[in-house]
Design a protein. Structure first.
Lengths: 758, 151
């Protein structure tokens, strides 16, 4: 019986629930020393002398600065502009200036106190308005048709501005890395990461070593969400530098405070939308202009912007579209990868704007979406024509039907003004429609052509080797299910190698919702090919037709090694022009519709999310429990982003850089999350699966914002929708009044610039 | 200074300062790395252990408070709770696993008092345990069955 569509227990589960699983900071290592990082207290300053007062530090402790780097002072990502240690100047609070190591954790902290740094503060650029005067880190425009002409001709033009804030990943396991140097000079690092080969590439670049002299491996990872895509390369370089200088293994394990201060976050965004529609609500033109705050260094911002804009038209059909954006550089910690990778920011704006347009036209949120949603055969702004795996209509209809959305939304709208303020909590319901492309953007997968290896072990089992890490999402069980189904094997006939660059091929990073769909697909092909070879060998050897494969495998293993390495094969039709941004940016998209229900206290404007219903089309769910688990967890992360999670900055300094003050949803804060999976096998994915990891991040926030609007009449143009902000908007009476902006005119800014708030 | 106490049914004598954090003693002296540090200030619950059967946050408990008492960590709970562990895995109550030890300990304490908890009882009893992966639904399923009761 095929294991596809069943939910077997994850093999790493028993160790995780019993406390036996060993994460980076749990692993013993003889002679281990500990590292700590000296960080800038200034958002922008010229860096002067760095003095290490050895007499105030424990015996043997040492201190390193940029002057001690053996090679280029840059972390290799898209470029190497992110310094390993600040040199000449510091560009954000928390930037690493020097490293120390000592024999104990406490000793390392003492040694850190013994470092004295001179700074000459410089003017800091904080907030998007100030940053707009400087060259952007990246800029991009995607266009189709003639937007200006279509806006001029449109019967109705609706304009608005929307904003989203920083978000901290808040994986429960903080960043941690251990490094040592082997006798032969090989640098080994072991740590919490999503992308062993990214770390490998960064270390090869920083240390000028041949690739075989760097080895990177990943123990179990205690959560990632994108936060362990880019940053681990930096902390790995730090740990390896210290290990080389000490001649001992060195571990750097951040505590929560340091993790929040230093590591990357979700890019804040500000998006202006102008939509032109017919009087009956059919989209004629979409003009979307998005600005992202990249922080101090470029990291992955260029590709975040690309994915953001490729999703910034929402799941809607429109003949004239212009999607423009830029990433600006500010003196704050660099922003980087975070589940959704820009797509949630753009879709927040588009979904809120669809609601605004609907209000203007007297339509309900369902009607305007039903009229404009993408169907199979429709083109995206890149010209890509959707195949019949497009499922926006199915998701919208099912979610609305399941929740009674239209009736309930209209009832609350009708009663809201009539009720007045009777002091009782107000319920509201809101809806968001969304989509998410899986795999690397554009030609990314074609450039990588990620390999996977399947090889025969001496006992006749098959070992599968990939570089993917299980950060909780569950490839530890989904991969065995795919391999077993493809090979006609039992899951007990399969072994999965731990990610270790000395052992496994570079099957790419564990990001971009690509693990199941892209790498899983190559696993299926590699295991099936190995099986074909074994069967063919069996026939040549005259094995009886009913000989079990495992028996043939055992006999073949005695003859010597057998190994198959296959590479991902992107569909031949998927071509993309990176200059014109025309073509198929993704081979397919997963689709979703969220309906959020909230209760708002009229006096405090505190919002309690009661329920989110997520109807998601995922191709085929390999493991329904874990597939739903991705959607449940991603939905809550989106609800947290919408209501609670706020990074407060003052002069470039985080005011709430601890878990006591940066709030993520607890059990009592969390709505009931009901997931319904719609399955329509997509021929390009293994057994029909699409990537789903990021999809749920796109819908929760605009759905919750819409529900708050339904409850209160406040338009909620920005998140997090904290009581303080709701209060300001209510006082300004932004939403209850009819939309003020005249047709075609840009609406006034709805928000203060997300810069210093003294 | 020596502190004598029990850990998972075994008597231990630990030479550490009286204000040493119980979490560090467990992890670094006793090699019990199941308890995790997620915040170090009593917000996340990943370091939850039982002190004489009551859930406490071991990052906030000084060693001296444990003298003569019994500490049960996730490793100790695991030995007694095979059904709970199996349900956590099969219901999708565990993803990355970093919060899981604290969740298991807090859930075990709840199940001792209330063998068939409602969704509301889980919500209250586990209010101090953060999970960033599951949206909590998998944990509800593990503790209250397929549907729980209406939230």
């Amino acid at each position: 019986m095929t294991p596809i569509g069943t939910s077997p227990p994850r093999p790493d589960g028993p160790d995780k629930v019993s406390g036996r699983a060993r994460y980076t900071d749990d692993l013993p290592r003889p002679g281990l020393w500990f590292g700590a990082t000296v960080r800038s207290p200034h958002p922008h300053a010229r860096l002067g002398a760095i003095r290490f007062h050895r007499e105030r530090a424990p015996d043997g402790a040492l201190c390193l600065t940029a002057a001690d780097l053996p090679g280029p002072n840059g972390i290799q990502l898209l470029d190497d502009s992110w310094p390993i240690l600040a040199a000449g100047e510091v560009r954000h609070v928390g930037e690493a200036v020097a490293l120390v190591a000592a024999a104990t954790r406490h000793g390392a902290l003492q040694a850190r106190e013994a470092v004295e740094v001179d700074y000459e503060p410089l003017d800091a650029v904080l907030g998007l308005d100030e940053a707009a005067a400087l060259p952007p880190l990246a800029a991009l425009e995607i266009a189709r048709g003639d937007v200006e002409a279509a806006l001029a001709a449109a019967e109705v033009v609706v304009a608005g501005e929307y904003a989203t804030g920083h978000q901290e990943h808040l994986y429960i396991e903080c960043q941690a890395m251990t490094a040592w140097v082997e006798a032969d000079g090989t640098v080994v690092v072991e740590g919490s990461m999503q992308c062993p080969y990214y770390v490998h590439k960064a270390l090869v670049h920083a240390f000028g070593l041949p690739p075989e002299r760097v080895r990177v491996r990943a123990p179990p990872v205690g959560g990632g969400f994108g936060g362990k895509e880019d940053y681990p390369s930096l902390i790995a370089a730090h740990a390896a530098l210290l290990a080389g200088a000490c001649g001992r293994p060195v571990r750097i394990a951040y505590d929560r405070h340091e993790d929040i201060v230093a590591t990357t976050k979700r890019h804040p965004s500000r998006t202006r939308c102008r939509f032109g529609l017919t009087a009956d609500g059919t989209l004629q033109a979409m003009d979307v202009d998005m600005t992202l705050d990249g922080g101090a260094y470029a990291t992955l911002s260029k590709v975040v912007l690309s994915r953001a804009l490729l999703h910034a038209g929402g799941p809607y059909r429109c003949p004239h579209v212009r999607l423009r954006g830029r990433v600006l550089c500010t003196h704050t910690a660099p922003n980087g990868a975070f589940r959704g990778f820009g797509a949630p920011q753009g879709q927040f704006a588009v979904e809120r704007h669809m609601d605004r347009a609907a209000r203007r036209l007297g339509l309900d949120p369902y009607e305007i979406r039903a009229r404009n949603l993408l169907l199979p055969g429709d083109p995206l702004p890149t010209g890509q024509v959707l195949d019949d795996s497009a499922a926006a209509r199915e998701c919208l209809e099912r979610a609305a039907e399941r929740t009674g959305f239209r009736r309930r939304w209209r009832e609350i709208e009708a009663l809201r003004e009539e009720r007045g303020d009777d002091g009782r909590p107000r319920r509201g319901i809101g809806l968001a429609l969304y989509f998410h492309g899986a795999g690397f953007t554009g030609n990314g997968e074609r450039r990588m052509l990620s390999p996977v290896t399947a090889r025969l072990l001496a006992d006749g089992r098959i070992e599968v080797l990939t570089a993917m890490t299980d950060m909780g999402q569950g490839c530890a069980v989904v991969f065995p299910q795919i391999a077993a189904a493809a090979g006609g094997l039992g899951m007990e006939d399969l072994v999965f190698a731990a990610p270790d660059t000395a052992e496994v091929p570079d099957s790419g990073p564990t990001v971009a919702s690509r693990t199941t769909m892209i790498v899983g697909g190559t696993i299926a092909r590699a295991v099936a090919e190995l099986r074909r070879r074994l069967e063919s060998w069996g026939r040549e050897q005259g094995a009886a037709a009913d000989t079990p494969l495992r028996e043939i495998a055992r006999r073949r293993a005695a003859e010597g090694p057998l190994e198959v390495t296959l590479r991902h094969e992107p569909p031949a039709w998927q071509t993309f022009d990176e200059e014109s941004y025309q073509g198929a940016a993704y081979p397919t998209y997963a689709w979703g519709c969220d309906v959020a229900e909230v209760e708002v206290e009229p006096d405090t404007l505190a919002v309690r999310p009661l329920r989110v219903t997520a109807v998601c089309e995922v191709g085929r769910a390999i493991h329904p429990v874990l597939c739903a688990g991705q959607i449940e967890g991603g939905t809550l992360q989106a609800v947290g982003w919408a209501l609670l999670e706020e990074v407060k900055l003052e002069q470039g300094r985080y005011l709430n850089d601890r878990l006591a003050t940066y709030i993520i949803p607890t059990f009592p804060d969390s709505p009931r999350i009901e997931v319904e999976l719609l399955e329509k096998a997509w021929e390009g994915g293994p057994f029909g699966a699409k990537g789903v990891g990021e999809l749920p991040m796109d819908g929760g926030a605009p759905a919750v914002a819409a529900a708050v609007e339904n409850a209160t009449g406040i338009a909620v143009p920005a998140i997090p929708a904290t009581p303080e902000r709701l209060w300001e908007w209510q006082a300004g009476s932004a939403a209850a009044a009819p939309p003020a902006a005249a047709a075609g005119a840009a609406s006034p800014p709805l928000l203060p610039d997300p810069g210093p708030r003294a | 200074m020596t502190t004598d106490f029990g850990v998972n049914g075994r008597a231990v004598a630990v030479e550490d300062p009286p204000m040493a954090r119980l979490l560090d003693v467990l992890r670094e002296r006793l090699g019990l790395t199941g308890s995790k540090e997620g915040c170090g200030e009593g917000e996340c619950g990943a370091c939850t252990v039982l002190l004489d059967g009551q859930p406490v946050l071991s990052c906030l408990v000084p060693l001296f408070q444990c003298a003569g008492r019994e500490v049960t960590t996730v490793e100790g709970v695991a030995a007694d709770a095979p059904e709970l562990l199996a349900r956590m895995v099969s219901a999708g109550g565990v993803q990355c696993g970093a919060c899981t030890p604290g969740i298991v300990v807090a859930a075990w304490a709840l199940l001792q008092r209330t063998p068939e908890p409602s969704r509301q009882e889980v919500r209250q009893s586990l209010a101090g345990n953060l999970c960033r992966c599951t949206g909590y639904e998998g944990i509800y399923r593990a503790l209250c069955g397929a549907d729980g009761e209406a939230g």
